[in-house]
Each structure stands twice: as structure tokens, then as C-alpha cells.
Design a protein around this ligand. Sequence first.
Ligand code: NAD
Length: 507
Amino acid sequence: MIDLSLLGLSDKNSGAYTGSKSLQTSGKKIECSSPVDGKMIATVDSCDFDNYDKVVSLAQNAFVEWRLWPAPKRGEVVRQVGEALRENKLKLGKLVSYEMGKSLQEGYGEVQEMIDICDFAVGLSRQLYGLTMHSERPGHRMYEQWHPLGVVGIISAFNFPVAVWSWNAMLALVCGDVCVWKPSEKTPLSAIACQNIVSDIFSKNAVPEGVCSLVIGEKDLGERFANDTRISLVSATGSTKMGKAVAAAVGARLGRSLLELGGNNAIIITPDADLDVAMIGCVFGAVGTAGQRCTTTRRLIIHESIYETVKSKLTKAFMQLRIGNPLDENNHVGPLIDKGAVKSYLNAIDACKKEGGKFVVEGGVLEGEGYESGCYVKPTIAEAQPHFNIVQHETFAPILYLLKYNALEEAIQIQNGVPQGLSSSIMTLNLREAELFLSAQGSDCGIANVNIGTSGAEIGGAFGGEKDSGGGRESGSDAWRAYMRRQTNTINYSQTPALAQGIKFDL
Ligand code: NAD
């Protein structure tokens, strides 16, 4: 199905890479199979702790040199990475789709996001602005500058096997940091493919070995990052459970963390919505990537006057969904990542029923030809109540809960009344409703949209959420600041010593 050699992979792969070199690792063997057809793709020998230490030491050494490269020169290397990704877009996108199970379109889209962030980072490499301030003392100048931080440890989730790394790494690289990446143990091959693309460009540009490294392993390797004082910033994407563990460990050593965690995203549909526009956002938001996006739409909060209309439109749309091999562009919905995810999906359906939920589109696991991996499930819709325990939780699967509201204030309360705060939307053509939703008394999420769904962010904006969603911001806007340390500088160019606040201290 996939020609591994096209991206420098083989049947048996190492679990640690420092640039042009791969190390001989001896950790637990990871068997990578595809949720698309259940077939084994390749194996990876995880990175053992000795090799992990070697990789991080080398990264530290590389940082000493890399931080002195002028930022625009670092940007030029990132520009070439972007070009290489353009050349490899189809191959890498297909591997992502096959290894993770998202549609081919979304696999390509993910690589496009990587290209976009490279472009963004190249521009940024000539900015990274600090401010100047006026000093209260005569003959003094004050300004702030931003310096590279050090080693950035990137922990990523399975559902965006490559893009999340690039959001972090491309910014970190232009900022003068070095990166060590621990991808999800469920999608290591896409990570190795990225490493191969980058290391080729790095070799051509004589970038020091260790500026971009990759270590593959399970949760215990991520825990190493969190406890390792050599890692200046741990940028972790994954479940809230993982984020809380990482935050506690990094916090205990007063390190820095950037957390991008789970979501429980809602769309409010008001009587003033354009329902044709709304439907695409709702259906793609709920079933895109088989409900395995952090920004997947999990709750629809619908005004009671249009509730039945929306319900029947959604039911009709769900009935038309084609579920099957994601590499076939005619299909809308691919598989879940593995059988563990299928179990969580089935458990959530049971839990919802037990709490009184009523399914208007029934779920279930698909069997038979084309579904041999056992990972294909039916997207499902349940009528539920906002307070249901299951509705309060993120189930990483295509289950959509319908909730009813009467007044917009109540809808906003329902939308905000969950532990997570990642992405949110309102569907309305009414200016007052839209502005209330976007105001300080509106959505409490990091992302709030009008007339588009909750998923499908662009790289130009800062991406991230509040509350249990972690509070971190990645990607565009001024997210780069998380990857640098700020230094305030005051320079006295006069001939008189002067203390701030007019304090006199004469000798
Ligand atoms: P996960 O938390 O199981 O694993 C994510 C990564 O963390 C993996 O690399 C894993 O090995 C590592 N890990 C797990 N426990 C750890 C620990 N205690 N210490 C250090 N590392 C640890 O998540 P997943 O199943 O791969 O991904 C799905 C989750 O990720 C969902 O909750 C989804 O919403 C979230 N997610 C969030 C964003 C975002 O930007 N907010 C993006 C993608 C996915």
C-alpha cells in the first residue's frame, strides 16, 4: 500500500535520530499497523534511556552553536524545509493517511499546514520583535530583546502525526532553539519520514548535528522530558490527563510547559443561522478525522424553535456519509486509530444511554469487506442533556450530542459549562448574537468562530484553549514568544550614576 523507501523508511527502523544519524536503539519494539486495513507496516525499536540521554546531550551542544546563527539564516534553512515538504507533500500526506487513518485530503492538508508554518516562520525570522521603552532616568535607554531558550521537547498526539511537530519545531528553529521530538507511539513512521526530510536539508546547509532530533517511545519517554532539567520548554499535545501529569512534573522543576490538550467543542445554532452554511460546519466538525480532532464538534446547542429542523437535516446528512478506506477520496469517514479507541466509543454510547440519552442516528462497529481492521465505526447522534457525565467528557470518536436551548445566554452557559475550553462557534446572521458570543461574557474558549465550525484552524492565528484544554498557544500571531526568553536591558550612556525611583545613594 505504501512504498516505505520513498520516504527513507524501512521495515525495521531505529527509535532515535539526531539529524543525519540514526542510533542503534534497544527499547521495546513498536509494531506499526494501519487502522485502514489492519496490516503491519513496519517496526520501530523504541529509544532506550541511554540513547535518550545521548540525544539530549547532543542537542545541548548543538544549541551552543545554533543560537549564534543569525535568525534570518535559520529562517533560510526553514524555507528550504518548506520547499522539501512541497516536493514530498503527496508521499508524506499518503503515509499520514495510511498510518493514522485520516482521509487522504486531510493527510495532504496536514502537510500543507506544515508548509504554511514554514512560510510563516521564515517571515518571523526577520521579526521576533522586542519593544523599546522610555527610561525615567536621563541619559538612559531601555529595551527588551528575545533570546533563544534552549532545548525544546515536543510531545505530540497521534491525530496530527506531523503538523503539530512542525508548528512547534519551525518556530523554535527560527527562534534559535533546538528540538527533540517524541511523537505518539501510534504514529512513529510519519515522524521518521519528517526527520528524514529535515535532515537532508540540514546536511546540505551544514546545520549542527542535534538541532532537530527524534526519539520514539511510549509515555515513559515523555515523562523523561517532563523531568529533565535540560529541556527548557516541554511543548505537549495530547489528552488532559497527560497534560496534567506533564504540567505537574515540569512545574515541580520550575521549567516551562506549553500545553495543547483535549477539547469538548460546541456549536450554537440560533434561529438566525443560515442552515445551509451551518450544516457543513457541523457535519464536517463532527465526523472529520472520524471525530478524532481536538477541535471536533462534540456538542450542538440548538435553539428550540429550529431543533427539529436541524435534527432532521443532520440525520439525513449522517445517513449519506460514506465510511471506508480513507485513501479512497469518495469516502467521508475513515477508521478510528485502534481497537482501544473503538472500545472507548462503544463505552461512551452505553454511558450516554444509561444516563437517558436517545440516539437518533445509531452507532456501531462495521464489519465485513473493507472493514477488516475492526476500527471503522458509524458516526452517531444522540439527544442528551448538558449535565450528563458523558457529555462533560471528551470521547475521541464521532459521537455528536444534541442539546436544546431557549435564550442565548443559556446557550452560552451550556457552551462554557464543561471543563474544557478549546474551540467554539456560533451560527447566526444576527450581529447582536454574534458579538455577544465573542464578548467577555461570551465563549470562554481559546477559539471562537462565527458561521464556521469548530475545526479547521489556520496557522496564522494563535492556536490553543483554556481550562482543561491547557492554556498554551502555538502556531501564528505572537505564539513564538513561548520559545524565547525575554531580557530587559537598561543602558546608562550618561556620565552620572542614577538610581530608579529617584533614590539617592551618595558615596
Ligand atoms: P495521549 O495523551 O494519550 O498521548 C499524547 C502524547 O503524550 C503521546 O506521545 C504519549 O506517548 C504522551 N504521553 C502520554 N502520557 C504521558 C505522560 N504522563 N507524560 C508524558 N508524555 C505522555 O493523547 P492521544 O490519544 O495521542 O491524542 C488524543 C488527545 O490529544 C485528545 O485528547 C485530543 O483532544 C488531544 N489533542 C489536542 C490538541 C490541541 O492542540 N489542543 C491537538 C491534538 C490532539
